[in-house]
Structure formats: structure tokens, C-alpha cells
Design a binder for this molecule. Structure first.
Ligand code: ADP
Ligand code: MG
Length: 293
């Protein structure tokens, strides 16, 4: 395509809410055949709310909420924000945690009022030999089957509760996936979340290929592997944990509603955070490069 055509295409993109880093980006966009989509914040709104508190026998729901809420208040993760807000509305002001640490892709740990607290995947608790009693395991499985995300809470050496939070699929996601397929592209859902939850969300939007339970640092390897199979990969994401994968992809698309790190790592920004704009971008590239050769 001529430089002028690329300039026009870039300008047209801006009008459609698609910010394109440079004219050459359209060239990469044209050949994409696979679209890897992050789940939380990309396919879903990323705005979670606390739904249920399941406590083990003899445990206090208020104490679980106070300790877990206080710890999560120090994290920016959407799950953490939902738990902190839900806890505050039920038990009031939350104490400040000490020795807070984020365990990437697993959860958070810290000390609240002298109690050593863990909130996250059962795997995180298991690292400290805290195992869920059967009734909590069952509550967790049932929540996940409904597409909710369930996290475990442990303190003072024992697993005590399961909290469930839910995120909602964006209204426009299913339509965007259908239109991607219409262009002959294969969508793949990629997430650090549990397989059952990922499958439930995928089913809601019409995605059949799911790669779940991927640690943030491993998302980039998934993209590399697909490229190794000869695929031309677009990655759509919003989070800090998506940045390396966005940079590795043949085309990185960031949600404008996402983090600055994701936006910087990408070739394209979808200003409104609407997945349909990803489809528009690919159509725009094909049109720009197809008509004027
Ligand atoms: P995604 O890839 O969907 O954006 P992450 O990689 O950020 O998800 O997190 C993966 C999983 O780790 C979450 O589904 C959750 O079970 C657990 N997790 C991560 N951070 C937290 C936290 N602050 N509180 C509770 N659980 C967490
Ligand atoms: Mg995300």
C-alpha cells in the first residue's frame, strides 16, 4: 500500500476509536489468523462483585470478611477490589495489613491484626499446608460450574472459607466473537483463572478453544507456541500481566480501559474497550491494504 493509503487508514481508525501506533501496523493486521483473548477485563467487564461467603464449620463470617477484606484492600486485582468492597459493606472499616505481598497468579498474603492471612487459589494455601475441608471444596466446585470465580481464605495455619465473586461478560463480546469467526479467524480464550470458569465464560461468548490456569509470566509462551505452529497471532488484553504477550504477538491490541503498561506494549488501542473494535481494526487493515495495492 502507498504511504498515503496507510495514513488514511490510520486516520479512519482514529475515527472508529482505534488508535494505531504507526502506519506499518496495518500490514501486520492484515495476515492475522488467530486471536488470543484475555478473559478478565477483555471478554468480561473485569468489574467483579462479592457474591457468597462459605465458611468452614465453626468459623465466623464477619472475621473471615474482616481479615480477607483488609488484605485484599491492598491489592489492585479486580477480585481483590470486589472482596474489599464487599467486606467493607458488611463489616465496616477494615484494618491496614502489614507485610502485604502479591503472589503473582495465585493471590495475596500478609498479616492483619497479628493473623497471617492468605487469599487466593487453593494452590497458594496448599503451599502453606492449608487444605480445604470437603464442604468448602464442594462450594468452590459448584461456584465454578456457574462461571463464578472462587477463592480460598486461610489464616493462622488453617483454610477457613471460600469467597465467590462474579464478573460479567461484556454485552458486546459475543457479537465480536461471531464477527471474528465471520472473517475466518480462530478465537482462543487465555486466562490465569480456573479451567471450569474459563469454559463457562467461553461458552457464553461462543469460544471453543480455551487455555486456562496460565501464570502471568507464561502467557507470552502460549503466544510463542502458537506462532511456532505457524499461526499469525493477535493478542487482545488489558492487564499488566498481558504486556509481554501483547508485545510478542504479531499484533497486540490493548483495551483502552486497561492499564498503561498494556497500552504501551501494544500496536493498537481499542479506546472504548469494546471487543467489536478489534474486528473493525482487522477489517480496516484488510480494506486499506486490499483496495490500494
Ligand atoms: P486473569 O488472567 O484472568 O486476568 P490472574 O492471572 O490475574 O487472572 O489471576 C489468576 C487467578 O489467581 C485468579 O483467578 C485468582 O484465583 C487468583 N488471584 C490472583 N490475584 C488474586 C487476589 N488478589 N485475590 C484472590 N485471588 C487472586
Ligand atoms: Mg486481564
Amino acid at each position: 500500500a502507498t504511504p498515503t493509503a496507510l495514513m488514511v487508514g490510520t486516520g479512519r481508525g482514529a475515527q472508529m476509536g482505534i488508535l494505531i501506533k504507526g502506519p506499518e501496523v496495518l500490514e501486520h493486521t492484515k495476515n492475522i489468523d488467530t486471536v488470543v483473548l484475555d478473559k478478565t477485563g477483555t471478554v468480561t467487564t473485569g468489574k467483579m462483585t462479592l457474591l457468597n461467603v462459605h465458611v468452614a464449620e465453626g468459623e465466623s463470617e464477619a472475621e473471615v470478611l474482616r481479615l480477607a477484606g483488609a488484605l485484599e484492600d491492598a491489592s489492585e486485582h479486580p477480585i481483590a477490589q470486589a472482596i474489599a468492597a464487599g467486606a467493607r459493606s458488611k463489616v465496616g472499616a477494615l484494618p491496614a495489613p502489614e507485610d502485604f505481598a502479591n503472589v503473582e497468579g495465585l493471590g495475596v498474603q500478609g498479616v492483619v491484626d497479628g493473623h497471617a492471612v492468605l487469599v487466593g487459589r487453593p494452590k497458594l494455601l496448599a503451599e502453606w499446608s492449608q487444605h480445604l475441608p470437603v464442604e468448602l471444596e464442594r462450594a468452590m466446585e459448584q461456584a465454578q460450574a456457574r462461571g463464578e470465580t472462587a477463592v480460598a481464605v486461610g489464616y493462622d495455619g488453617k483454610a477457613r472459607a471460600v469467597l465467590t465473586v462474579a464478573d460479567q461478560v461484556k454485552e458486546t463480546s459475543a457479537e465480536a466473537i461471531e464477527r471474528l469467526r465471520g472473517l475466518g479467524l480462530t478465537p482462543i480464550l487465555l486466562t490465569g483463572d480456573n479451567e471450569t470458569v474459563a469454559r463457562a465464560v467461553a461458552a457464553q461468548v461462543g469460544i471453543t478453544e480455551v487455555i486456562a490456569e496460565v501464570l502471568p509470566a507464561d502467557k507470552v509462551d502460549v503466544v510463542k507456541q502458537l506462532q511456532g505452529e505457524g499461526k499469525k497471532v493477535a493478542m487482545v488484553g488489558d492487564g499488566v500481566n498481558d504486556a509481554a504477550a501483547l508485545a510478542q504477538a504479531d499484533l497486540g491490541l490493548a483495551m483502552g480501559t486497561g492499564t498503561d503498561v498494556a497500552i504501551e506494549a501494544s500496536d493498537l488501542t481499542l479506546v472504548r474497550g469494546d471487543l467489536r473494535a478489534a474486528v473493525d481494526a482487522i477489517r480496516l487493515a484488510r480494506r486499506t491494504l486490499g483496495t490500494i495495492k
